[in-house]
Every structure is written in C-alpha cells, then in structure tokens.
Design a protein around this ligand. Structure first.
Ligand SMILES: [Zn+2]
Ligand SMILES: [Zn+2]
Length: 235
C-alpha cells in the first residue's frame, strides 16, 4: 500500500531537522576551533547579534511575501510556505498545537542547504570566522523562527521560552499580536520582532508593494487588492 503524501512530508521534515542539526553542529565546531586559536569576544558578540537581526529581516520578508503574494497551490512554494501562513491567519492558535518537527521541519528544509553552503565557504576560505559566526547565528535563528512564533501564540509556553521572551531575545506575544489584530499588514518579523518598529515606521513592505505594482507581471502574483494601508500615513 502506498504511503500517504502527508506521511512522506512528515518524514522528510523530520529528516531535514536532523540534517540541519548535524550540519549546524559541525559548523559550530569549525567556528569554535578557529575562535579558540584567535579569540575575538566583542566582535564575536556583534557577529552573533548581526546574525539574529539578519534572521529577523529575512523572516519578515518571507512572511510578507507569503502573506501578500502567490497562491497556496503554487508548486513547491505553496505547500512549503504560502499555505501554512494563510492557514495561520485563519486559525492562529493551531501553530501552538503542532509538535517540534511539524513546526520546525519547513525551516529546516530551507536553511539546511544554507548551512551546507557555509561549510563550503569555510572549506575554501571564502568567508572569515566572523562572517561564518554571523551565518551560524542567522541559520539557528531562522531554523527556530517558527518555534519562536509558535511560543508567541502558546497559552502556556515552556519556561525557557518565557525567559527568552521576557529578556526580549525572541518574539514577544504582545508585539506579535499586532500582526493578527490589524490586517496582517504590519509586524511581519517573527524571529525577535526587533525590526518591526523600524520597518513599520518606514512602511518598508508597503513601499515595496508599490514598487512591485509598477511591474504588471509581478503585480499579478499578489493575492488580493492593494496594500491594506495604501493611501494612509505611517502608523
Ligand atoms: Zn502568528
Ligand atoms: Zn501573517
């Protein structure tokens, strides 16, 4: 009897999580070895923070694209990104009911090849130790983004999650609630949420949509009408 597609997908996502974890840990060892030989504590801290910020920006951009463009039945991208974000708007609490592999599998599939590429860059010497540390931090934050997002919706998140939320290191529930309370047209960043005030004040994604609207082919990819806040001032 053939295995249902859903079960194949779950197996693939579980495998991706393990592959990501193995690759990431090997890269961590590689970077640590180099840093032990040549310690740079302040620069290392800056590199790690830069990675976490970069992850917030990337997650925000991906979330915005998934909310505003493409249809859920788009090949590959639809099942991987578009459909989960749309379903999340319909039932925001469902993300908190999924297990670790269901929540993290998609991101592991997307980020594992990036970690593999970082290994290649480390091997050839194309990247120094600090850019590698930034990549290491960004990949871990991107991998964990859906988990941070799920914890922001969980009625009773784990103690670690509450501590990280309280410290402001990961997405806070109150800050993310803005995305769901309004028209899903702001606060797209769901890793730390640090960039939301800046991006929203700059109306970054709204401006990007206006720019994309000038390209007829690209405009057709948009799922709905003009940006919900089009024509309004900054919030
Ligand atoms: Zn949410
Ligand atoms: Zn959304």
């Amino acid at each position: 009897m053939p295995i249902p597609l859903d079960r194949w997908r779950r197996r693939l996502e579980r495998l991706a999580v393990f592959v990501f974890a193995a690759l990431w840990l090997m890269l961590l060892v590689r970077v640590t070895d180099r840093l032990v030989a040549e310690p740079k504590p302040i620069l290392l801290l800056l590199a790690l923070v830069a990675g976490h910020v970069a992850a917030d920006a990337i997650a925000g951009a991906v979330h915005w694209l998934a909310d505003r463009y493409f249809a859920p039945n788009t090949p590959v991208l639809g099942a991987l990104l578009i459909e989960p974000f749309r379903a999340h708007h319909d039932d925001p609490l469902s993300i908190a009911r999924h297990d670790f592999f269901e929540v993290s599998g998609n991101n592991a599939l997307l980020v594992a090849p990036v970690v593999a590429a970082l290994h290649g860059a480390a091997e050839t010497g194309a990247l120094g130790v600090l850019p590698l540390a930034t990549g290491l931090s960004a990949c871990l934050s991107l991998f964990a983004t859906n988990l941070f997002h799920a914890w922001a919706h969980a009625p009773a998140p784990p103690r670690l999650a509450r501590a990280l939320q309280h410290a402001g290191l990961i997405l806070r529930p109150a800050a993310h609630a803005r995305h769901h309370r309004l028209d899903h047209d702001c606060a797209y960043c769901v890793t730390s949420g640090w960039l939301n005030p800046l991006f929203d004040r700059l109306r970054l994604f709204e401006r990007l949509e206006h720019a994309i609207d000038r390209i007829p082919r690209a405009r057709r990819l948009r799922r709905g009408g003009p940006h919900p806040s089009a024509g309004e001032g900054a919030r």
